[in-house]
Design a binder for this molecule. Structure first.
Ligand code: BGC
Length: 769
């Protein structure tokens, strides 16, 4: 328990403490900003520079570079002293520009070798301005949108001196019980790979060291999303076939896109902890993919190799991690404490240490930290939550929302309504709308759905607001004693009933009601697995009572995972999934509800009917009685409620005339595929044209459908466009469990193009050897 307590902490509470602590410290020497550490002579080409420096370093200094510590970690030696002694190479969670400059000043001016520090932070979906969560960005089906959001996030984070983000998370997740499904791009390796590469470009720019950009860290390598039972941190058992074809491709895409670092995962993969897994960190990452960035462990995951019952003690943990391929240890300090002796005993080669340090120094060099280690403090004063950031976050939120239902075209709502009820525990919660990784934001910056709607109407319009119900935590957090999280709201039954009745009364008095329901901020994310997918608390009852009033009801979901809305899908006329849309979420939702923006997002996950269906994903294989794929359960459908790729619009689209340029294509070449898309409705809108294939036979049975291309297209009413894809046959290759290698297998393929994974426009083609 004690180990657990220090290892897994209440992230929000801890970080908030750290941030508050950091604000109290001021920059001691104002002159340090003016000084640049021109202590470097000689050759400045990357490799020679780094080698030169490496030769001057003691073993202790090298191990220092391999150590990352969080601010305010309770230790006998202060962080300042560690810096001066060369015992630390990186800090995480410091977000105060002055403090970053002060620490950097110690390192580059007072440290023996003047080596700059690298400052890391979880810039997952924004820094101070919060963008939609990554699952929502994936729902935009627009890699350019994801790139732009991360570019803006990097810009803001770099304004306070952060050099490095622990993102993107590219873990494929097919089990929405796992809370971290919210941090990734969902279930599909192709969509996941596109989003992974886009986010790397967004964070890093054209190259590592681009101004106003930061170093990316693709994580968590690998297989974290397959935690058994969807329970965070639990082991993953993944077949080779799934590992190569489903879980690894987004990592490979991120590496190919130039990710400067990578984080090893917490859990066991097929019995071997990922942080001590040489197959992953060396054979795949270094040998096969030629990754030349550095590897950081997850939080204390080096020391935890003992917790796993893998390493026999701290030294063994350090030895196994470094020999497996971990270059920097996050927060635990067994590298620093144990590796010097291990090198002397011959358990670790000196060259292994040198290689790790070389990679870390190279990243610092590429970031330009040796020549420009400081951040201009004026940036932090002028570049946070700017109108430009807000505008960008609003657009990202609009493009990420998914319209799940719109019976009788209830949406968009009329702008001349005179009374609207905005109801629900999330309707006016500034914290909840930002979602999980919003550690550096100020909740007061966020616009809630209630506020977004209220601002649109003149004072004469009645906007009624009530919570109706609370979302109360059922399972107490074991971390509460150390890092108290907000106390559950404990109300009497009578108070609860009165609140509920008040909300229903307001609905009765209004022309229309918008119910904002879903999950509280802390219910999705790390350590936030759920054993049910239902609307938590009494939200379902509230929804049913609202519908029973007979008033038109719009359900807006704030959520980090698909929820069980099977009842709502039959009884609530309009359902808009806004995910956790971020700082500008309320404005974006209001734009969407009143038709100033048209929903164009699509589901990046199959949406289950109930928790009993999970894991559920569209790329299943055909097996016995294939025409009964949807009736596998005795007591319900085995089809999802909404298929992968699904999402409605306020307009309608038609797709026809699917063509391939020829009926066959040589393996390794491209095949042109086209379809006619027309906006047949009355509003401008976006459609995501999706292309799926199926290999009919081969050395392994292949999924019924696999996404191989997509494009989000905007069309005016009546407008037509020929959408053409250059289908790359390299994307048809797969790792075969029979041949144990990756190849494109010649033979016939099916091809579908449409608006989701149940697309019906069909043709065939043959891949020739
Ligand atoms: C998470 C990582 C995160 C790290 C630092 C860990 O608990 O698994 O995703 O980057 O903490 O905050």
């Amino acid at each position: 328990m004690e180990i657990l307590m220090s290892f897994c902490y209440s992230r929000c509470a801890l970080v908030r403490r750290l941030l508050v602590g950091s604000l109290a410290i001021t920059l001691s020497g104002a002159s340090c900003l003016a000084q640049s550490p021109q202590n470097w002579e000689g050759d400045t080409t990357e490799a020679r520079f780094v080698d030169n420096l490496l030769q001057k370093m003691t073993l202790e200094e090298k191990l220092g570079q391999m150590s990352q510590i969080p601010l305010n970690q309770k230790e006998d030696v202060s962080p300042d002293e560690r810096i001066l002694k060369g015992q630390v190479g990186s800090f995480l969670f410091i977000t105060d520009a002055k403090e970053i400059n002060r620490l950097q000043h110690l390192a580059v001016e007072k440290g023996r070798l003047h080596i700059p520090l690298i400052f890391g932070f979880d810039v997952i979906h924004g820094f101070r301005t919060i963008y939609p969560v990554p699952l929502a960005l994936a729902a935009s089906w627009d890699p350019a949108q994801a790139e732009e959001a991360q570019r803006m996030a990097a810009k803001e984070a770099s304004a306070v001196g952060i050099n490095w983000t622990f993102a993107p998370m590219v873990d494929i997740a097919r089990d929405p019980r796992w809370g971290r499904i919210m941090e990734g791009a969902g279930e599909d390796p192709y969509l996941g790979s596109q989003m992974a590469a886009a986010q790397i470009r967004g964070f890093q720019g054209d190259k590592i060291g681009s101004p106003e950009h930061i170093l990316a860290c693709v994580k968590h390598f690998a297989g974290y999303g397959a935690a058994v039972g969807g329970r965070d941190y639990d082991s993953s058992s993944i077949s080779d076939e799934e590992l190569w074809n489903i879980y690894l491709p987004p990592f490979e895409a991120a590496v190919r896109a130039g990710s400067g670092s990578l984080m090893s995962a917490y859990m066991d993969l097929n019995g071997v902890p990922a942080t001590g897994n040489r197959f992953l960190l060396h054979d795949v990452l270094r040998e096969k993919w030629k990754f030349d960035g550095f590897v950081v462990s997850d939080w204390e995951s080096v020391k935890s190799l003992t917790t796993h019952g893998f390493a026999s003690g701290p030294q063994d943990a350090a030895v196994r991690a470094v020999n497996a391929g971990v270059d920097m240890e996050m927060t635990s300090h067994v590298f620093r404490d144990e590796l010097a002796a291990a090198v002397k005993q011959g358990l670790v080669q000196q060259s292994t240490i040198d290689e790790a340090v070389r990679r870390i120094l190279t990243a610092k060099y590429r970031l330009g930290l040796f020549t420009s280690p400081y951040v201009a403090s004026s940036r932090a004063e002028t570049e946070l939550v700017t109108p430009e950031q807000r505008q960008s976050a609003r657009k990202a939120a609009e493009r990420s929302a998914v319209l799940l239902r719109n019976e009788g075209r209830l949406l968009p709502l009329s702008k001349s309504l005179t009374s609207i009820a905005v109801i629900g525990p999330l309707a006016d919660s500034q914290a909840d709308i930002t979602g999980s990784w919003s550690l550096a934001t100020h909740p007061a910056d966020a616009v809630t759905v209630f506020e977004g709607i209220r601002k649109r109407f003149p004072s004469g319009t009645t906007i009624n607001w009530a919570k109706g119900v609370e979302i109360e935590r059922v399972q107490p957090s074991i971390f509460d004693p150390q890092y108290p999280s907000p106390k559950p709201v404990l109300k009497t039954d009578a108070e609860r009933d009165a609140e509920f009745a008040h909300a229903i009364d307001l609905i009765k008095q209004s022309q229309v009601a918008v119910l904002v329901l879903g999950e509280a901020q802390t219910m999705s994310g790390e350590r936030a697995s759920r054993s049910t997918l239902t609307l938590p608390g009494r939200q379902q009852q509230l929804l049913e009572a609202a519908v029973a009033t007979g008033k038109p009801i719009v359900l807006v979901l704030l959520n980090g995972r698909p929820l069980d809305i099977t009842w709502a899908s039959e009884h609530v006329p309009a359902i808009l999934d806004a995910w956790y849309p971020g700082t500008e979420g309320g404005n974006a939702v209001a734009d969407l509800l009143f038709g100033d923006a048209n929903p164009g997002g699509k589901l990046p996950v199959s949406w289950p009917r109930s928790v009993g269906q999970v894991p559920i994903f569209y790329a299943r294989t055909l097996t016995q009685i294939p025409n009964a794929l949807d009736t596998r359960y005795w007591d319900g459908s085995s089809a999802p409620l909404y298929p992968f790729g699904y999402g409605l619009s306020y307009t309608t689209f038609k797709m026809d005339d699917l063509k391939t340029e020829s009926i066959s294509v040589k393996a390794g070449s491209k095949l042109a595929v086209s379809i006619e898309l027309q906006n047949t409705g009355g509003a401008a809108g976006d459609q995501v044209v999706q292309l799926y294939t199926h290999q009919r036979s081969g050395t392994a049975s292949r999924p019924t459908r696999e996404l191989k291309a997509f494009r989000r297209v905007s069309l005016k009413p009546g407008e037509k466009q020929t959408v053409t894809f250059a289908l790359d046959t390299n994307d048809l290759g797969f790792w075969s469990p029979q041949t144990h290698r990756w190849s494109i297998e010649p033979g016939p393929f099916d091809l579908w193009v449409g608006a989701d994974s149940s697309a019906t426009q069909h043709t065939t083609f043959t891949v020739l050897p």
